[in-house]
Design a protein around this ligand. Structure first.
Ligand SMILES: CC(C)(COP(=O)(O)OP(=O)(O)OC[C@H]1O[C@@H](n2cnc3c(N)ncnc32)[C@H](O)[C@@H]1OP(=O)(O)O)[C@@H](O)C(=O)NCCC(=O)NCCS
Length: 143
């Protein structure tokens, strides 16, 4: 089940985020971001959240800000479902293209994005604190 993130879910989402990324975001940071205008905030799994996504739409572009699946729920299609739902919502808000940055060492995320039609645009050298490059990946929406 994919739905809008509930206001009381940000604590759980911050825990999930901390288990998925080297630098976690606090529940306050997540709540503030989700409340910004043009931000699509979706979670999967009902009360027991299995994953979530934040996407910001500005004019005709959508940026994937974060996407994470509970390590215990990986390879069940959670992230793909969230990504597809968020990109559809972004299209309804007027986005024509979507982009994101991902570490070139993040094999799982790169495979996910490629399997949903993203292609590599640019590369930002040594962008992350571990020294890895960021790949900029892009997708034209509505294709
Ligand atoms: C990347 C991430 C969000 C994928 O979540 P997920 O719910 O397990 O992904 P899905 O089950 O929807 O996978 C969809 C497709 O992505 C690809 N994929 C996902 N995980 C993969 C892995 N570990 N290795 C190879 N391909 C993978 C596959 O093509 C998969 O389809 P398939 O299972 O039918 O083969 C998850 O691994 C995660 O939270 N990682 C840590 C946070 C992160 O890196 N987020 C992205 C930041 S840009």
């Amino acid at each position: 089940m994919i739905s809008q993130i509930r206001k009381d879910a940000f604590g759980d989402l911050a825990d999930l985020h901390a288990r998925c990324f080297p630098r976690g975001w606090s529940s306050m940071e997540l709540a503030r971001l989700a409340a910004e205008s043009g931000v699509i905030a979706l979670s999967a799994g009902g009360r027991r959240v299995s994953g979530f996504i934040l996407v910001r739409v500005a004019l005709d572009e959508a940026e994937i800000l974060t996407l994470a699946t509970d390590p215990a729920r990986r390879r069940e299609g959670v992230a793909r479902g969230l990504l597809c739902a968020a990109l559809k919502a972004a299209g309804r808000l007027g986005a024509r293209t979507a982009f994101l940055e991902v570490s070139d060492t993040n094999v799982a995320a790169i495979a996910l994005y490629q399997s949903t039609g993203f292609v590599q645009g640019g590369r930002r050298r040594a962008y992350y604190s571990d020294g890895s490059d960021a790949l900029v990946m892009e997708k034209t929406l509505g294709e």
